[in-house]
Design a protein around this ligand. Structure first.
Ligand code: SF4
Length: 357
């Protein structure tokens, strides 16, 4: 009979494993050091929906450019978006900047210690608040992210769908029931680490798992079926035409996206929804505001987001344009564009354009 996981048997086994096997991460405090709450806040913002290996270089560039939360609060949105470029989910960057400014204005530049205060910051939900409070200050707060959910469901052989609200409620309570009185931050990190490196979604490494003795899914041989697979919906397909319009001095026409919505505040070549199958000079002229000469295909770029699949069909052409473009449009060389934040698909088009010059 497998004993249930409790604070007494689960916590020491997991913490001992974490002490020996945790991966070094630049935002983690070394032994004997106190965590830097700003680094914890920044890393948690970046780690949402994103893997550690992807985040590390972004994190290092960020703390190099903005060594303190005050420095970040003083940054402008374009600087922050440019550094975030390529990391995706850009609402996180907007929220991070707002949160930094709020920390400076309302909390004297100190990242809050309590979950309730952290929840007042933009972009901070229950998971992030618990993670920051516990990791930065050892505040007694549980966390529940995808990795922790998987570990909890498996140790209890919980077969129900963890996306169900009632199950979520149960899992939060279960996470709290295991939370130790001290080393809370380490415990929360060890749960996430176990889920990321040992109790993985497919083929979990049960043979080397430090909590195998108290795992009911393993005892029953059903770990691969827990949690149940998500029903995937077909992605919505979206098609865009992108016009790389060049004028006689070599500059290209670009535009800034609106301040809200996808890729908010970032820059792009002139992009419009592809309303028909065929591109025509009239459509190109209406989109760009100039009659284009030599309109030729440049590239097709596919980009997949959580719920959408984009196809960008890019064309290049020249315009007899002398006048300055009106904001939010401007003319820029490829070198000048390097300083501006572009989304990943627009960067791919820009790269192709550079190669074709
Ligand atoms: Fe996950 Fe296997 Fe460990 Fe259970 S024994 S927690 S299924 S890795």
């Amino acid at each position: 009979m497998t004993p249930p996981a409790t604070r007494d048997n689960f916590v020491p086994a997991l913490l001992a494993w974490f002490d020996a096997h945790q991966r070094p991460m630049p935002w983690r405090a070394r032994a004997g050091q106190t965590p830097n709450p700003y680094h914890v806040l920044l890393s948690e913002a970046m780690l949402q929906q994103t893997q550690v290996a992807t985040v590390v270089p972004y994190f290092l560039r960020f703390i190099d450019a903005f060594p303190t939360i005050d420095a970040l609060a003083r940054a402008n949105e374009q600087q922050v978006l440019r550094l975030w470029q390529g990391l995706g989910y850009y609402s996180r960057a907007h929220n991070l900047l707002k949160a930094a400014r709020m920390v400076v204005e309302r909390f004297d530049g100190m990242v809050p210690r309590t979950v309730d205060e952290l929840l007042t910051l933009p972009g901070v939900g229950r998971y992030t608040a618990g993670a920051i409070a516990s990791i930065a200050y050892d505040t007694h707060a549980p966390i529940l992210d995808g990795n922790v959910v998987r570990v909890l469901c498996r140790i209890d052989a919980l077969r129900r769908d963890p996306r169900d609200k009632a199950v979520q409620f149960q899992l939060w309570a279960r996470a709290e029931s295991l939370l130790p009185d001290c080393r809370t931050g380490d415990f929360n990190q060890s749960m996430m680490e176990l889920g990321a490196t040992v109790c993985t979604p497919k083929n979990p490494s049960c043979l080397i798992c430090p909590v195998q003795q108290m795992c009911r899914a393993h005892a029953q041989g059903i770990q691969d079926r827990i949690p149940p697979a998500k029903q995937t919906k077909p992605l919505k397909a979206e098609r865009r035409w992108v016009f790389c319009v060049q004028r006689c001095d070599g500059k290209y026409l670009i535009e800034q996206r609106p301040p809200i919505g996808r890729w908010a505040g970032m820059w792009q070549f002139i992009s419009v929804e592809a309303a028909t199958d065929m591109i025509t000079p009239a459509v190109a002229r209406a989109a760009c505001g100039y009659a284009l000469k030599g309109l030729t295909p440049l590239a097709t770029v596919h980009h997949t987001l959580t719920h959408r699949q984009y196809q960008f069909d890019a064309y290049r052409g020249t315009a007899k344009a002398r006048a300055n473009a009106i904001s939010p449009r401007r003319w820029a060389t490829l070198a000048e564009m390097e300083e501006l934040p572009f989304s990943k698909p627009q960067l791919a088009i820009r790269k192709r354009l550079g190669e074709s010059e």
